[in-house]
Design a protein around this ligand. Structure first.
Ligand code: ATP
Length: 303
């Protein structure tokens, strides 16, 4: 039986110049979700709602079966949260932080903590202020992972890291999921990181959900179709059509609804297909964000 690690239902949060709008998505246990959005999309606000650090104005957030914020104490025993710049004491050593955290949490895996110290090339006597950006992220990750949390929530863990440090962090996150009752939610602008390790992907933009689905179906559904459309041809209806660009005799259609039968429908309409290209997650992200923005602008100007 699958359990839900995180569920948001109709969540709204209003600030003077921003609003999270009717956000609903869920993360199943044992899955890793990449939470992707441009700057200011509302990723950190959503994460703060998930962590019970903010109260929604409407809607419901549940984490590990507990309603936030009223049952957060119980849920938080099993959640570890990592965000850059959070609660480390600059003058204290990593060893001091480990001793402090292990007294505060229900479980601490010393053997795993020692392994991570070696793997991340960190040393107990190092002070936090002496660590580089990447080392600080690794220290935070060690403090979170050695608790063996059922849910790990990370706010932009790979921002500002070099490719090798990013690889090490992503590899460690994938390892966490070898135990299939653990789950990870991590936010990022970096679609390559997300594409590499996520089972599920959620896109948000300007406080609205764009799409939330499993990675393979994202990649499978999006295509660029390059075709020639003779004058008399009426293209078939395609709900997922995100963009149409015509250059000379070639039309390029970007669709989030591709299937062999859609391709056949284009052929049956009399269009001549030259090439059907797969898209990477970055291209899909840009196409779906821009398409949703156009759709919202059209709805607002029609209202
Ligand atoms: N306490 C607050 N008061 C007022 N506005 C806020 C507050 N916190 C966040 N906002 C606004 O909410 C919007 C979303 O911010 P948030 O930090 O959630 O975005 P983000 O997707 O994490 O962005 P980034 O990738 O740039 O970190 C921003 O416009 C921000 O100014």
């Amino acid at each position: 039986m699958t359990h839900t690690a995180i569920a948001l239902q109709g969540v709204c949060k209003r600030y003077p110049f921003f609003q999270l709008n009717d956000l609903s998505f869920s993360l199943e246990e044992g899955q890793i979700m990449g939470f992707v959005g441009p700057n200011g999309a509302g990723k950190s606000t959503t994460i703060r709602l998930i962590m019970g650090l903010l109260q929604p104005d409407a809607g419901q957030v549940s984490v590990l079966g507990q309603r936030m914020t009223d049952q957060q104490a119980q849920a938080k025993r099993d959640i570890a949260f990592v965000a850059d710049g959070m609660g480390l004491h600059a003058n204290a050593t990593l060893g001091w932080h480990i001793d402090f955290v292990r007294t505060m949490v229900p479980y601490w895996d010393k053997h795993y903590a020692d392994q991570l110290l070696k793997r991340f090339n960190l040393h107990l006597p190092q002070t936090i202020k002496s660590l580089s950006t990447g080392e600080r992220v690794k220290a935070l990750l060690l403090l979170a992972l050695a608790r063996r949390p059922r849910l790990l929530v990370l706010d932009e863990p790979t921002t500002g890291l070099d490719p090798v440090a990013r690889h090490e962090i992503l590899a460690e996150l994938t390892d966490v999921l070898l135990d299939d009752s653990r789950s990870v939610l991590f936010s990022s602008h970096n679609t390559r990181d997300v594409e590499q390790i996520s089972d599920q992907i959620t896109f948000i933009d300007r406080g609205r959900l764009i799409e939330s689905s499993d990675r393979d179906s994202f990649i499978e559904r999006w295509r660029r179709i390059h075709l020639n459309v003779p004058d008399h041809v009426v293209l078939p209806a395609d709900q997922g059509r995100a963009d149409v660009v015509t250059s000379g005799h070639t039309t390029t259609i970007t669709t989030g609804n591709w299937s062999p039968s859609l391709e056949q429908a284009y052929i049956n309409s009399g269009a001549v297909i030259h090439e059907v290209q797969r898209m990477n997650l970055e291209e899909i992200f840009i196409a779906s964000v821009l398409s949703k923005r156009r759709q919202i602008e059209a709805e607002e100007s029609a209202a």
